[in-house]
Design a protein around this ligand. Structure first.
Ligand SMILES: O=C(O)CCC(=O)C(=O)O
Length: 259
């Protein structure tokens, strides 16, 4: 991949926002060190072993997707509230929540995922302000051969699906790629005999429905033990002044009043 959209791990919020705005994506290379990558991979292995392959072209018949991620592992609690990530979300989305936190292991032989925009599930006419920001965390080297995410640089902002060849967002393990929900992209084909493992932490503005219903996906007794900001991102929050209340009160009170 060209280096124009790549940043070092000491990148600032402003740099990530500027590069994402210009190119439609920004890769912060090796944001996680090798030990952290290895620890997360080890944590995900038993979960992946119990995860079925996909049911359609979009999920991929040879691809495993870990849904209900925050109900299954604590490995992403700090990454979901990472200061660089939240700083970018503050600037681009304002009020937001987690939408679709998903582990994606593209199996050998998997063909390309259909190209799509992550915000096209919402029936809101183009152009519109960004509604979704996604981050793809690489837990192996992402290469053109093993299914690195394909994308069309500059295709964000409400444009029709581009013609021609997408590029492969190659990045070393530990890197994180930021991209807005309006960017045309899709998983790549895996031509190797080794799975490609990535995790998306996707966020959506707080006034739209999140893709996954975290309030049901993460057991309440687990949610009650999590840091407050993560609880908020999992839906224990309101969009001001009062979208999302429970019995007229902030949803956090439900966790606080547990026996
Ligand atoms: O796995 C990838 O590289 C991208 C997956 C994706 O875009 C999706 O499932 O929405």
């Amino acid at each position: 991949m060209g280096s124009t959209a790549c940043l070092d791990r000491d990148a600032t919020v402003d740099e990530v926002v500027e590069v994402m705005d210009e190119h439609g994506y920004a890769v912060v290379e090796r944001y996680l060190d090798a030990d952290r990558v290895a620890a997360i991979v080890a944590d995900l292995e038993p979960i992946l072993a119990a995860t079925p392959t996909g049911r359609n072209d979009f999920e991929g018949f040879g691809t495993k997707r870990i849904y209900a991620l925050f109900g299954k592992t604590r490995a992403f609690d700090d990454l979901a509230v990472d200061p660089l990530l939240l700083g970018v979300l503050d600037q681009v989305l304002g009020h937001y929540q987690l939408s679709a936190p998903t582990g994606i292991q593209i199996g050998p032989g998997e063909p390309e995922q259909p190209l799509h925009r992550d915000d096209q599930i919402y029936p809101i006419p183009d152009p519109h302000p960004e509604l979704v920001v996604n981050t793809m965390w690489a837990f192996c080297d992402f290469t053109v051969d093993n299914g690195a995410t394909r994308l069309f640089p500059g295709s964000h902002g409400g444009q029709p699906k581009p013609e021609g060849e997408a590029i492969a967002a190659e990045m070393p393990a530990g890197s994180v790629m930021f991209y807005p929900g309006s960017l045309w992209h899709g998983g790549g084909a895996n031509h190797t005999d080794v799975p490609r493992l990535g995790v998306i932490l996707e966020y959506v503005v707080a006034w739209l429905r999140a893709q996954e219903t975290h309030l049901l996906a993460v057991p309440q007794e687990v949610a009650a033990t999590l840091p407050e900001r993560l609880q908020e991102l999992l839906g224990y929050n309101i969009y001001p002044p009062f979208v999302g209340y429970v019995d007229g009160r902030h949803p956090r009170r439900v966790l606080e009043s547990r026996p």
